[in-house]
Write a protein that binds this ligand. Structure first.
Ligand SMILES: Cc1cc2nc3c(=O)[nH]c(=O)nc-3n(C[C@H](O)[C@H](O)[C@H](O)COP(=O)(O)OP(=O)(O)OC[C@H]3O[C@@H](n4cnc5c(N)ncnc54)[C@H](O)[C@@H]3O)c2cc1C
Length: 476
């Protein structure tokens, strides 16, 4: 049983945004009941409880990369779900680029949330990485052909010089390039909440953890207990990510905390041309993007060549009140060591002091089968879940939410017309569905053995040359 701790390290995204909604409470007291409006049965009241400041967890602490797995998971996914199943998962992720674009245009907030679409790259920093990345792309192309709508927007840069030029990554051997986006996730959520609050039927409450939830009673009510008061409701949506199992013990062996780290580095305006990632092996990577003016910071994450030396500090681990030893030094040395043409006279400093949002840690919700859980919860009438996005929520959550909303409205017997905005997008992929079979089979998995193997793999990577001679690495 675990709830979000109240004193996580400070993230750049949250501190720099200075949002008026940060500690917002719509009303001084919680309502006694919600979901039900005597005067307007077609307009449900929504109560949103947030344990921390509003959007203070993964979405306020992540990498900002709206970066679909366009090809890199193809071999693993096609082995599990067949070529069409794998392509279905990829198309669902790719569709998020358009979905974000449409939604942000409709609400006129694209600029406010620093949204950009463009191309991203996976840069191979070793022969091992190049074989894996190129192999994944080739496997997808072999099964689906060059004319497939995803294959044709992905491309290889095989010439080393051209790859280095495109990626701006020193010593890059080759790269795979595909469409992707970037966004300020915290500003995105706060902008949407501001818009929904204006509509008038959302009650938003910061710093209010839900401590327990009941089953539906004979009159159809579910009781949510908080430290402030109990609230009655007809439906509950568990959008609680890593912490789902606190209220839903059946998710205890399904979702774990996995800690990661990022930093915000000062940079010359417009220096980084594309978002991207560097890969040395299947574990060791960095990823980065640059924010537009007036911010200009590079948000860089990963530092896996440092973190693999102490796997227990990452998974399973919920200590987001602690920095990783050496992480801020690692990130500050990264531009000069890794970025082509970094100006010698430009010191790569943190954009804020290390404990004021310059460098932070964050807990990713690690799903034991690597897929989120979305839908109505088996054997719990009126309960819905959308959680466990495993460090990769941005190209998955928006359309998962589009799937879940009609289920909730149906459960409340509310008549609605789906907005045209959601119509053109693919349905929820099967592996995301929170079915009874999936949940019960995952409950039997030996998760300790998975973490042990993961630790061993990290320590194997730690022995490789690219994980040694690192700035900021603790002396062994
Ligand atoms: C360091 C890091 C880097 C990442 N980088 C990327 C990236 O670049 N691209 C990408 O796609 N994904 C990335 N991710 C993953 C991405 O951030 C998540 O998948 C996504 O933010 C999950 O959104 P969510 O709304 O499900 O969860 P969250 O944002 O964690 O929201 C869940 C909310 O529920 C609240 N809560 C939990 N339990 C309770 C309770 N009992 N009562 C009340 N409130 C509760 C939490 O405080 C939290 O605010 C990263 C994650 C981390 C941590």
């Amino acid at each position: 049983m675990v709830l979000p701790i109240s004193n996580p390290t400070k993230s750049f995204w949250i501190e720099e945004a200075s949002s008026a909604l940060r500690d917002f409470r719509s009303t001084k007291d919680l309502p006694k009941e919600t979901d039900y409006t005597e005067n307007d049965a077609q307009k449900p009241r929504i109560l949103m409880l947030e344990a921390r400041d509003i959007c203070g967890s993964a979405t306020g602490r992540n990498g900002g990369q709206l970066r679909p797995h366009a090809y890199s998971r193809y071999p693993a996914w096609s082995a599990r779900f067949g070529p069409d199943g794998a392509m279905g998962l990829i198309k669902h992720e790719m569709a998020h680029l358009l979905a974000f674009q449409d939604l942000l245009a409709e609400e006129d907030i694209a600029e406010e949330v620093c949204f950009r679409l463009g191309e991203t790259f996976d840069a191979a920093m070793s022969d091992e990485a190049w074989a894996r990345l190129k192999g994944a792309y080739e496997a997808m192309k072999k099964d689906h052909g060059q004319d497939n709508e995803v294959v044709r927007v992905c491309r290889l840069i095989e010439d080393t010089k051209a790859a280095e030029e495109f990626t701006q990554m020193k010593a890059c051997l080759g790269a795979v390039v595909h469409p992707a986006g970037q966004v300020w996730p915290y500003k995105f959520v706060h902008a949407l909440l501001r818009i929904v609050l204006k509509a008038g039927n959302l009650n938003l409450q910061a710093h209010t953890p839900a401590e327990s939830v009941s089953e539906r009673d004979d009159s159809g009510w579910i009781t949510v207990k908080t430290g402030r008061r109990d609230v009655r409701t007809k439906t509950v949506v568990h959008a609680t990510n890593r912490w789902a199992s606190h209220l839903l013990p059946e998710f205890g062996n399904l979702i774990f905390g996995s800690r990661a780290t990022l930093a915000s580095i000062k940079a010359p305006e417009g220096f980084i041309k594309h978002t991207g990632a560097q890969h040395w092996d299947s574990i060791v990577n960095n990823y980065h993007l640059q924010l537009p003016p007036p911010y200009n910071s590079i948000i860089v994450g990963g530092a896996r060549s440092l973190l693999v030396h102490s796997p227990q500090d990452c998974s399973p681990n919920d200590e987001e009140d602690k920095q990783f030893d050496g992480a801020s030094e690692f990130f500050q040395s990264w531009p000069e060591l890794d970025v082509v043409g970094w100006p010698g006279n430009y010191p790569a400093e943190l954009a804020k002091n290390v404990d004021e949002g310059g460098c932070w840690s964050g807990v990713e919700s690690m799903s034991i089968d690597a897929f989120p859980f979305v839908g109505d919860i088996p054997n719990r009438d009126g309960h819905f879940v959308t959680a466990g996005f495993s460090g990769h929520g941005m190209p998955r959550i928006l359309l998962s939410t589009a799937h879940i909303t009609p289920l909730i409205l149906d459960a409340l017997n509310i008549k609605y017309t789906a907005p045209s905005l959601v119509a053109p997008y693919p349905p929820l992929p099967k592996p995301f569905q929170a079915t009874a079979e999936r949940i019960s089979s995952l409950q039997k998995i030996n998760s300790a053995a998975i973490f042990e193997k993961n630790s061993k793999d990290c320590l194997e990577s730690a022995k490789k040359p690219f994980c040694n001679k690192l700035p900021g690495r603790p002396k062994s």
